[in-house]
Structure formats: C-alpha cells, structure tokens
Design a binder for this molecule. Structure first.
Ligand SMILES: *[C@@H]1O[C@H](CO)[C@@H](O)[C@H](O)[C@H]1NC(C)=O
Ligand SMILES: *[C@@H]1O[C@H](CO)[C@@H](O)[C@H](O)[C@H]1NC(C)=O
Ligand SMILES: *[C@@H]1O[C@H](CO)[C@@H](O)[C@H](O)[C@H]1NC(C)=O
Length: 321
C-alpha cells in the first residue's frame, strides 16, 4: 500500500515536472506604440487563457522581451503583477542590444520585482532569456534587413554570467538561464560561447522567411524540422525551448510563402499541434504588437483583443506524421 502510494506520488511529481509550457510571445507595446499597462497585460493573459477551443491545458505562459516597463529607467514591467494576478508562467527576457547600461537596468528591474513581489513572482518564473536575436542581428542578413544593432557572442556570454551573479542569494538563483536566437545563429560555430554559457537554447524559426529555399507552405513543416534537427546537433544535448515560430495570416509573399489564414492554420496544425503540451513552446504571436510586427500579421487573434482566434486552433482531428 505504502509502495503504491509512493509510486502514485512519484508519478504526480514527474508529470508536473514534465508538464510543458504553452504560451505566446508578448510585446511591451501596442501597434500604436503605446506602452502596455498592468490592466492591458492582465486582459491579454486572461484572453489567451480563454482562447476558444485551445489545445491541451491552454495558453498559460508568457514570453517577454524586456523586464523594464516602457517609459521608465528600470521599473519592473507591469506584465509581472499581471502574471501574478492571472497565474501566468513567465519566460522573462532581458533586452541586451542597447548597451551595458540598459542591461544593468534590466537586472535592476528584475531585482526590484523580486523584492516587491517575492515568491508570488519568483514561483512563476520558468526561465530567463538574456537577449533576443542579438546574434542574428549582427549577421549579413540581419544588417540587410535593417535590424541592427545586435551583439556578438562573447558579449552575450558575459551578460549571462552577469545575470547569474546578480541572482545569487535570491529565490531566482537556480532559474534556468538561456538565450533566444534564430536557428541560423545556433548552427553557426562562431557562437559556441553562448551555447556553453546557456542552460537552455531558445530556438526561433520561421520557414516563411526562408526565401532562399523552396518555402511554400507545403514544405514549411519539413523546413522547421530540418532547422530543429540541425540545431539539436549543434547545441550538444542542451534542452531546446521553441521560443518563437508562427506563420502570417496576412502580409507580403516571401519567396514561395504566401500569407493567409488557411496557410497559418496548416502551419499551426503541422508544427504546433504535435508539440503543444509536450515541449516548451511560445507561439508567435497572440496579438500583433508594435507597428512593424503587424505587417506581416502573425497574430492568432489579429490586432484587437478577443478570445476568438482567426482560425480553429483546437488541434482536433489533426493527424501527425
Ligand atoms: C503574495 O500574494 C498573497 C496572496 O495574494 C498576498 O497576500 C501577499 O501580500 C503577496 N506577497 C507579496 C510580497 O506581494
Ligand atoms: C556567424 O556568427 C558570427 C558571430 O556571431 C557572425 O559575425 C557571422 O556573421 C555569422 N555568420 C553567418 C553566416 O551568419
Ligand atoms: C474546431 O474544430 C473542431 C474539430 O473539427 C470542432 O470540434 C470545434 O467545434 C471547432 N471549433 C470552432 C470554434 O469552430
């Protein structure tokens, strides 16, 4: 009897430890450029949880790009109290492409949030990303796309160490720290220092943008799996978290990839559905954010808050190959 109870308890422990995070990316500002307030984040997190016919246990996690509230030097982002109100698991982000002083401010904002909210906050933190696509932005493609500035691998690795040091003695001391970048950055041997510094690898992939390849929607699943397989090989056993992927519902054709609601659903069904509830995944995106991210539009709900997605996201009747 005792043995059985112990086994049941053990199984419960394992299943909660294995429960994958399922969420969206959340920008800090609206399409208008207006900074989101606590009530705005609360409304978004609540709508994401209530999404009609959501697969699995629903979308209960939020990935952020910055920990600083817009318009302040180093106040914690108001997504944090909103996450506490709505019990939203957080993948925090520290913005690392604006110089050392801003990174210091990001760390200060994080420490202030720990002091202000204690365990109510820290118990929701699933991980911390030091930077977002900084390595991609210093490549030829990133520069050509006008996405500079970025930061090199040695600097990102040093920032990761800075964050680890800053968290010693706080409840977030053991939190898994990683970095988010495009898969092309992870398979680039020059970025090895960041892989070594990271506890987990944040993987961003958009076959839609892979215009030098045959990237028609019919081939998008294969392109995604190929990128993931190459990244797995490159990062030598470090856990991979899918931090961004998605397909636009509208916008311009890139190579052979034509944005449409139908194609966005195909991508969701083929790339998202087999993974929801099994692997950590933050889809891009819930609601279109700043002006430049609404064209193309990746928002599952478009640009206005609602809990009705633009296509059926249920994953029901989807056969995985
Ligand atoms: C944590 O949440 C509880 C319950 O809402 C609240 O009573 C307490 O004041 C909170 N603690 C902090 C440090 O905010
Ligand atoms: C590989 O990474 C290095 C360092 O981040 C970067 O300078 C270079 O442009 C990258 N190469 C490609 C082909 O992206
Ligand atoms: C989505 O599709 C599933 C499976 O066909 C169906 O059961 C469900 O009612 C659909 N949801 C909506 C909102 O149409």
């Amino acid at each position: 009897m005792y043995g059985l109870l112990r086994l049941v308890a053990l199984a419960a422990t394992f299943s909660s430890a294995l429960a994958a995070l399922q969420g969206f990316n959340y920008g800090a500002a609206f399409r208008s450029g207006a900074v989101k307030k606590q009530s705005d984040f609360r409304a978004e997190f609540t709508a994401a949880r209530r999404l009609l016919d959501a697969p699995g246990d629903g979308f209960t996690s939020a990935r952020l790009y910055t920990t600083i509230q817009g318009g302040t030097a180093n106040d914690p982002i108001s997504a944090i109290p909103a996450a506490i109100e709505t019990q939203t698991a957080l993948l925090l982000g520290l913005w690392c492409s604006a110089g050392d002083r801003i990174v210091d401010n990001e760390i200060q904002a994080l420490k202030t949030a720990i002091t202000q909210h204690g365990l109510n906050f820290t118990s929701l933190v699933a991980g911390i990303s030091v930077g977002s696509e900084d390595l991609y932005r210093i490549t030829e493609t990133g520069i050509k796309n006008g996405e500079n500035p970025g930061v090199g691998p040695q600097k990102i690795a040093a920032y990761i160490q800075l964050v680890r040091d800053a968290l010693i003695g706080t409840p977030l001391a053991g939190t898994p720290i990683g970095h988010v970048d495009t898969w092309t950055a992870w398979v680039n041997g020059s970025n090895q220092a960041v892989i070594e510094a990271s506890d987990w690898i944040g993987f961003d992939a958009y076959p839609y943008f892979q215009e030098t390849q045959a990237n028609a929607i019919a081939n998008n699943k294969d392109l995604f799996e190929e990128a993931l397989a190459k990244t797995k090989t490159a990062v030598g056993g470090k856990p991979i978290w899918i931090t961004e992927t998605g397909y636009p519902v509208s916008g311009q054709t890139v190579g052979m990839a034509i944005p449409s609601v139908e194609n966005a659903k195909v991508y969701w069904d083929q790339v998202g559905c087999p993974r929801f509830g099994k692997e950590n995944i933050w889809w891009y995106t819930f609601q279109d954010a700043t002006p430049d991210t609404s064209k193309p539009s990746f928002g599952i709900i478009g640009g206005a808050l609602t809990d009705v997605p633009v296509f059926n996201i249920s994953c029901k009747g989807i056969h995985h190959s």
